[in-house]
Design a protein around this ligand. Structure first.
Ligand code: MN
Length: 205
């Protein structure tokens, strides 16, 4: 009898904060389910699916850009969630400065208006998906909604921040009230992280 083994290529990235530390905005219970169960499930499934395929030796980003079907769904959900969890902090920088703030003012008029546009996109998205702030190769900002596991990398865009609008992101804390989940999101978003992502985006100019 042979035992099939799956090489654990990708592993569950640890959180850069304690699971309870985003309370009262995102509960420890939400983080336990969202990170330790949902994200962990995508990582496990991805490792199973890529084992022995041409994707087995690729970076996660390349898999997202080149795959489709179940491999894409699990690779993109892994990428999206790592990117999502990394943007929070229990002591967030509460607004952007410098080139990112200038770009937000140029495109949306103010930070409040950007948030309003993204909140509207989050409420308008039917079913499961993600709302993204992205930039193009020239550093120009835009807001993109993707269905299910969708990721703007596949359109050649550079993600800066993302709102998870799958129900599992807010249902424990807010039940069906997606708007309340989105409101809480902004309270723990660390704009320092988003500034750093934008500075890399601008290097592509
Ligand atoms: Mn999620």
């Amino acid at each position: 009898m042979t035992t099939a083994t799956v090489t654990q290529k990708f592993s569950l990235a640890p959180l850069p904060y304690y699971k309870h530390s985003l309370e009262p905005y995102i509960s420890e219970q939400t983080i336990i389910f969202h990170h330790d169960k949902h994200l962990a499930g995508y990582v496990t499934k991805l490792n199973e699916l890529i084992s022995g395929t041409r994707f087995a030796d690729m970076s996660l980003e390349d898999i997202v850009k080149q795959s489709d079907g179940a491999i894409f769904n699990n690779a993109a959900q892994t990428w999206n969630h790592q990117f999502y969890f990394d943007q929070f902090s229990p002591a967030p920088q509460r607004r952007p400065y410098g080139p990112l703030m200038e770009a937000i003012n140029d495109t949306y008029g103010s930070l409040e208006e950007l948030k309003e546009h993204m909140n509207k996109s989050a409420l308008a998205l039917f079913g499961s998906g993600w709302v993204w702030l992205v930039c193009n190769d020239k550093g120009k900002l835009s807001i993109v909604s993707t269905q299910n596991a969708g990721n703007p990398l596949t359109e050649g865009l550079h993600p800066l921040l993302t709102i998870d609008v799958w129900e599992h992101a807010y249902y424990i804390d807010h039940r069906n009230a997606r708007a309340d989940g989105v409101k809480a999101f902004w309270e723990v978003l660390d704009w320092k992280v988003i500034e750093e992502r934008y500075s890399k985006c601008c290097k592509n100019r």
